[in-house]
Ligand binder design. Structure first.
Ligand code: GDP
Length: 224
């Protein structure tokens, strides 16, 4: 049986991003249609800075950091069919264990069940990559065959040599996931790594071929 081709989308205009809505569970998310890319990372990993720098809009990530919204999934619209999704920062949040368990469950459900989700951008401080919860996110995503692109953030904090060797080390550790997971160095401060990130996001938000098993995904470009 041949399926109808997924309609191609216009190139995403990240600067057009506008806050759409917040959700604390799957049932509160906007209709599961169109295409979206989610951003995740430990608190302080540089997620807000990366989203600001991508969209050129400081207000967006601030929206996500507004008290009461930090544990929510925040949706930003690029076009009627394309969205960026800011997932709750995990790690240092001062919330009771029971609450943490509850939103961890919602996060897992979002990653595993959301049809519109095309890929996950996972941010890790280049000095502390692949911590326990990062691994958990990777497991959830890869179990759902969800492509993951890792940003090793604050790359400016390391000299070129150590940054490159961290990149190679992380790439080696991720090899078990094959083409599903890619990784790059990134710095919001120094504006490095943006073209690479744009390439991945443009492909996820526009290119139906990322779902063809036979095709090489665009993320392989970064996994040299
Ligand atoms: P979030 O909690 O993951 O949203 O992290 P933020 O974006 O708020 O960043 C946490 C801290 O790291 C802030 O003090 C930022 O100024 C700093 N930071 C973020 N990105 C960079 C970067 O590329 N380079 C450097 N040196 N610091 C950064």
């Amino acid at each position: 049986m041949s399926e109808a081709p997924v309609e191609s989308q216009p190139a995403p205009n990240f600067r057009a991003a506008q806050f759409l809505t917040s959700a604390s569970k799957l049932s509160q998310c906007p209709p599961d249609e169109g295409w979206e890319v989610a951003f995740a990372g430990r608190s302080n990993a540089g997620k807000s800075s990366a989203i600001n720098s991508l969209t050129g809009n400081k207000k967006l990530a601030k929206t996500s950091k507004t008290p009461g919204r930090t544990q929510l999934i925040n949706f930003f619209e690029l076009s009627p069919s394309q969205r960026l999704v800011d997932l709750p920062g995990y790690g240092f949040a001062k919330v009771p264990q029971a609450v943490k368990r509850e939103w961890t469950k919602h996060l897992e459900q979002y990653l595993q069940q959301r049809q519109a989700l095309r890929g996950l951008v996972l941010m890790m401080d280049v000095r502390h990559p692949l911590q326990a919860f990062d691994q958990q996110m990777l497991t959830w995503a890869t179990e759902a065959s969800m492509p993951v692109h890792i940003l090793l953030t604050k790359a400016d904090k390391l000299k070129k040599g150590p940054a490159k060797s961290t990149l190679l080390k992380v790439q080696a550790q991720l090899q078990i996931h094959g083409e599903l997971v890619s990784v790059q160095l990134f710095s919001s401060l120094k504006h490095t790594g943006h073209p690479e990130l744009h390439r991945v996001l443009n492909a996820w938000l526009t290119d139906a071929s990322v779902y063809d098993d036979d095709d090489e995904g665009p993320w392989t470009e970064t996994a040299e």
